[in-house]
Design a protein. Structure first.
Length: 340
């Protein structure tokens, strides 16, 4: 299967976070066929019921190419034109999976071994697959992680700090609000204070940012709300301690603030001959924690169309990614360094 056909086949399998079984089964079959031809070994790494990471190795895996199988909702299938492949996960990150498998085929055809492919679940929500992989390392010295960077090597990526805010009130008829207590009013006051938190800056990564991603609450327009909740996400550039303190201070006495995700910001290494960039999104790389080797972050596609109804990946960048990944793996295997 060529890289375009494989990208479309992967996109057409629904795999929003928590529902990765079907795509994991598909990849296990594809990689088992590759392993049978070239003497590799495929593993299903259990993460949760019906959710497995998929790992294939050829020889002793000194270099591992990795990305994630899950996507954000909603699912929509693939289509194709002369320039792009479209669909949910096209660039984030099923096109990258296809490029990595094509890279493996190219490496094996040139009799290059001692590398692996690792595809994980859960990156879009809590990095649970990467957490499991970090506890099950396979001795790799280098990890090439794929995310849509337009085939530029990321020298840094922002972290992510996510909170769930929950306010509780007392039900009452809205004609007599003094008999109740509005959880929505409390939540709005908390969010106003959260929005006023001073956000740190970094010379490389820029300024931290905040997104209030979801708000829910109440029962009806004529009922004083007894419950309200929100999810907020900070994109961090360094130590998140001051942001944590600000959120807890905003919530004090009015809501519960539960931290559900903290992915640290990263400063990464250049690689000889590759153009560089800095990205504002978080990745699985910090969660791996070095257990799979020194990390690099690069992949085809643009993050600006990921998670949107316009998600697509340029065919030209898919082909370029295979060349880039092949060169990186060979250079790391031969020199153990980022310079030729």
């Amino acid at each position: 299967m060529n890289v375009f056909a494989l990208t479309r086949a992967l996109v057409d399998i629904e795999s929003t976070t928590g529902h990765e079984k079907a795509v994991g089964d598909f990849l296990s079959t594809e990689l088992s066929e590759l392993a049978s031809r070239f003497g590799g070994r495929v593993e299903r790494m259990s993460v949760a019921p019906e959710r497995d990471n998929v790992f294939v190795s050829f020889g002793e895996p000194m270099v591992v190419l990795s990305t994630h199988m899950d996507t954000v909702p909603p699912f929509f299938p693939s289509r194709e034109d002369d320039e792009f492949i479209w669909g949910r996960g096209a660039c984030d990150a099923k096109g990258i999976i296809a490029a990595m498998i094509a890279t493996a085929e190219a490496l094996l055809a040139s009799r290059t071994t001692n590398f692996g492919l690792l595809f994980v679940v859960g990156e879009e929500r809590d990095s649970l697959g990467a957490k499991t992989a970090a506890e099950n390392s396979r001795g790799a010295r280098f990890l090439i992680n794929g995310e849509p960077t337009e085939n530029q090597l990321a020298l840094g990526s922002k972290g992510a700090l996510r909170f769930e805010l929950t306010a509780r009130g007392k039900l009452a008829h809205s004609a007599y609000p003094e008999l109740g207590h509005s959880a929505i009013d409390d939540l709005l006051d908390v969010l106003q204070q959260v929005r006023a938190i001073a956000l740190p800056e970094d010379a490389l990564l820029g300024r931290s940012t905040l997104n209030i991603g979801t708000i829910a609450g109440g029962r009806a327009p004529n009922v004083v709300a007894d419950h309200a909740s929100a999810e907020v996400m900070f994109r961090t550039v360094g130590d998140p301690a001051a942001i944590r303190e600000g959120v807890q201070a905003a919530a004090a006495g009015r809501a519960e603030a539960c931290e559900v995700l903290n992915t640290p910001a990263l400063h990464l290494t250049a690689f000889d001959g590759l153009p560089t960039t800095v990205v504002a999104f978080a990745t699985d790389v910090p969660t791996f924690g070095g257990a799979w080797g020194k990390p690099f972050l690069i992949g085809p596609g643009s993050i600006h169309v990921a998670h949107t109804t316009e998600e697509r990946i340029p065919k030209k960048q898919l082909l370029e990614a295979v060349e880039i990944y092949t060169r990186m793996v060979k250079q790391l295997l031969i020199t153990g360094d980022t310079s030729a």
